[in-house]
Each structure stands twice: as structure tokens, then as C-alpha cells.
Design a protein around this ligand. Structure first.
Ligand code: FES
Length: 158
């Protein structure tokens, strides 16, 4: 089997997304956004399919996906957790928050829990520095965190 083999239904979806943007190279970011919204992430086989549809080198698509932090190549949990590692959060203890989350969830940054509920990622400043250190769980912002607050916060998403 080809390393990049995808289900036909997935190929069809990607084709439709690319067509909805006129297969234009200038729409690549929008196409990637829409595709990530649909599949949750952009693994290599999906990038390859987009490359075929747009008649564009895979390396170019990979370059864009890896440059922008809002694109991800790994699957996310039902409740994706993003830890801000911007300067304000970093100096106010973001590393301790990472450690508390990793211990509580028993996963490392970049991984998903076995039950698929949570995933952990790091972000650059999300513009809520006054609340540092900050994490996002889905769309929810949690700020002024200390490691001992983590178990209680996670419980709300169980
Ligand atoms: S540095 Fe974390 S919100 Fe700005």
C-alpha cells in the first residue's frame, strides 16, 4: 500500500474542500484551515492529498503547516489543552503547570490520553499575559494557575 493511502471518502472530502476554494494556491491557508476543522489535524497523508489536488509540491504544504502554530500534524483530544509558553507565562511558572498536567494526565506534551479525552500542546503568547500562567482547554481560558489547581480544573471536563 502507498504510504500516503487515504480512504476514498477522505479523498473526496479533500477534493471538495480544495474545489470550494477554486483549487487556488493563494487559498492554501484557508484550505488547510477548513481541512483541519474537518479532520482535526493535518497528517502527512492529508497534506499529500491536498498537494495532488492543488498540483503543488508537498514540501511547500509541509512548510506552511509546520510554520503556523495553529496547524497540527498530530491528533487532538476531545478537550485539547494548550499551555502558553510566552514570556509572561514562562516567568510565572508555566513549566510547573506543564509538569502538573503531564503528571495528572500521564502523557507528555504532544500526546493524547489513551481514552482520547485530553491532548497537550504548547503555544506562544495568547494575549492574556495579565492572567499568566495561562492554559486553554478547548476555547476556555484558565489563568493565574498554580500546579495544585490542575486536578480540579481537569475534573470539570471529565
Ligand atoms: S505570555 Fe502567556 S498569555 Fe502572554
Amino acid at each position: 500500500m502507498n504510504k500516503y493511502e487515504l480512504k476514498d471518502s477522505h479523498k473526496k472530502t479533500i477534493k471538495e474542500i480544495c474545489e470550494s476554494f477554486g483549487n487556488k494556491h493563494g487559498e492554501l491557508i484557508n484550505i488547510l484551515h477548513r481541512t483541519q476543522e474537518h479532520f482535526g489535524y493535518l497528517p502527512e497523508e492529508i497534506q499529500y492529498e491536498i498537494a495532488l489536488n492543488l498540483d503543488m509540491p508537498l514540501a511547500k504544504i509541509y512548510g506552511v503547516v509546520s510554520f503556523y502554530s495553529f496547524f497540527t500534524m498530530t491528533p487532538k483530544g476531545k478537550h485539547p489543552i494548550s499551555i502558553c509558553m510566552g514570556t509572561a507565562c514562562f516567568v510565572r511558572g508555566a513549566e510547573d503547570i506543564v509538569q502538573a498536567l503531564e503528571e495528572e494526565l500521564k502523557i507528555k506534551v504532544g500526546q493524547v490520553t489513551e481514552d482520547g479525552k485530553f491532548s497537550l500542546d504548547c503555544l506562544r503568547c495568547i494575549g492574556a499575559c495579565g492572567l499568566a500562567p495561562v492554559i486553554l482547554i478547548g476555547e476556555d481560558v484558565h489563568g493565574r494557575l498554580t500546579p495544585d489547581m490542575i486536578p480540579g480544573i481537569l475534573k470539570k471536563y471529565e
